[in-house]
Design a protein around this ligand. Structure first.
Ligand code: SAM
Length: 243
């Protein structure tokens, strides 16, 4: 059964970046991922197809109207729930900050309904009545939720079994074991005088595994000591860090 992602956005064309390229594009082609978009503009009845209005209480900017969003979200949710339970998410800088643990939890649950805001955001009553959880992709403000939704779906798609060509790759990525990834090299052995570390040419898989783990530990210690502090290191990892 493909994972269903139902998107609500006034810029549905943006999601071609997700559905037509790379790993997520292939997941769509292979039937692992099904993406559909509902445009709140299609649920308006005025000549200008208005989806926003001025904020009560005054101030700058516009707010997305409750009625078109509610109708779009209801249809999106119905479709997502046709094939099992779904979580409804509003992408928002006020949400829980996405990290790999969050991605894993989203990947393990069922289908996703995602609302991308624009302008100053959406009428709060929509969030209260139709949204289960809010997610942020970081402490900065985007102009719209579309890119954030795509970040989330891209990261989740990598964890769908069969989506990556090589099932091991997701396990070795940065954060998969709480560590940053080791450095990677490909041909040629000598690039403008800079050589590939000898151990990688040795063919000794155990030595290579230990070297990679040591690199991953060293990088994490240097660049993200906060990640190391959260980890319970294995005896081998402790030893490699001290070597
Ligand atoms: N006034 C809102 C606030 O401060 O919470 C920000 C509105 S922002 C200009 C427009 C839309 O972009 C939001 O409705 C949300 O969907 C999306 N957005 C902005 N920053 C985001 C972030 N860090 N993570 C996820 N979505 C974000």
């Amino acid at each position: 059964k493909p994972r269903r992602v139902a998107l609500v956005s006034i810029f549905p064309e943006m999601f071609a970046a997700l559905t037509e390229y790379g790993i997520s594009g292939r997941a769509v082609k292979d039937g692992l991922l099904e993406v559909r978009c509902w445009n709140p503009r299609d649920f308006t009845s005025d000549r200008h197809r208005t989806v926003d209005d001025r904020p009560y209480g005054g101030g700058p900017g516009m707010v997305m109207l409750a009625e078109p969003l509610t109708q779009a979200l209801r249809e999106a949710r119905n479709w997502a729930e046709e094939s099992g339970p779904a979580r409804s998410i509003y992408l928002s800088p006020q949400g829980r900050q996405l990290d790999q643990a969050g991605v894993e939890s989203l990947a393990q649950s069922g289908n996703l309904v995602m609302l991308a805001g624009r302008y100053e955001g959406v009428d709060e009553r929509v969030v209260e009545s139709l949204i289960d959880e809010e997610w942020s992709i970081g402490d900065y403000v985007l102009s719209g939720g579309e890119l954030a939704a795509m970040v989330l779906v891209d990261a989740v798609t990598r964890l769908i079994p069969g989506a990556l060509g090589h099932d091991q790759s997701a396990v070795e990525d940065s954060f998969a074991q709480g560590l940053l990834d080791c450095p990677h090299y490909t041909r040629p052995e000598d690039y403008q005088g800079s050589r590939v570390p000898e151990v990688l040419l040795s063919g000794n898989h155990e030595k290579i595994r230990r070297w990679r783990l040591k690199q991953a530990l060293g990088r994490t210690q240097q660049r993200r000591p906060d990640l190391l502090e959260k980890l319970a290191l294995t005896p081998e990892q402790t030893q490699l860090l001290e070597e």
